[in-house]
Write a protein that binds this ligand. Structure first.
Ligand SMILES: [Zn+2]
Length: 249
């Protein structure tokens, strides 16, 4: 996506974002109710959004720009999943709404106010909500791949609900959503809808490495998303092999 000078940001940035992730807390509980979702940033790379060539290298992306880009990513996800469903002879119903928020409790899911520093797919209302200031801060630091990954992962949860997939453990659902986010990005790169720049894949990799669960966390725990290795594997399986790799059927 256009210029990317200064896009690689090592140590300090990773530390900051990991801190953000920890602060957000990985609830993961409430499988069907809201499921406060941890976007788990420290994602980088820049799959470009279509047609635009905004220079984000100076880190001055505005909230308005972010919302626009997010909305572009949503549009791409809607088209992507509509096509996937159609090729299986099904009709896809897009996720109803995408709601940016700025204050804790401003948006509720299943009767519970959403906390700041979070993003979530709320199955109770069939919407995605995200703390826009928090998302913009992460976006400024890691580039717009974060946005596509975040949206791709949350959107995938809506698709999982539509497909009626059941899971024994949170981690299965989360790793599958990572795989589906990878397929969403990879397939759109293959079709030319998104363009990756040099180094973007490495940055995805670095990003995913930083967002794995704490090694001490049991895989079966409520809220487990997977170790860094598992999340990286899932994302890239989807990215490289498309949805066949995600175990949707
Ligand atoms: Zn998730």
């Amino acid at each position: 996506m256009g210029e990317k000078a200064g896009r690689r940001r090592p140590g300090p940035l990773a530390g900051l974002l990991v801190a953000v992730v920890v602060a957000a807390g990985c609830m993961g509980g409430g499988l069907d109710q809201g499921e406060p979702e941890q976007p788990r940033p420290r994602q980088s790379g820049q799959p470009a959004s279509p047609g635009s060539d905004t220079n984000r290298a100076d880190g001055t992306t505005s909230v308005a720009e972010f919302k626009q880009d997010f909305s572009d990513a949503v549009g791409i996800a809607e088209r992507y999943w509509t096509d996937q469903f159609r090729s299986s002879g099904e009709q896809f119903r897009p996720i109803r709404r995408v709601v940016p928020y700025t204050r804790a409790g401003e948006v509720s899911c299943g009767g519970e106010g959403l906390p700041r520093n979070n993003a979530v797919y709320c199955s109770a209302g069939d919407f995605i909500a995200y703390d826009v200031n928090w998302s913009v801060a992460a976006f400024r630091q890691v580039g717009d791949a974060f946005l596509f990954y975040l949206l791709g992962h949350e959107y995938a949860h809506g698709v999982q609900v539509r497909l009626g997939i059941r899971y024994n453990f949170t981690i299965q659902k989360e790793l599958q959503a990572d795989c589906m986010a990878g397929a969403y990005i990879g397939d759109n790169v293959r079709s030319g809808t998104l363009t990756l720049a040099d180094g973007d894949l490495d940055e995805f990799r670095e990003g995913l490495l930083a967002v794995g669960d704490d090694p001490d966390q049991p895989w079966f725990a409520e809220g487990s998303h997977g170790t860094a290795e598992q999340r990286t594997d899932s994302f890239f399986r989807g990215y490289e092999k498309s949805l066949d790799a995600c175990g949707l059927s």
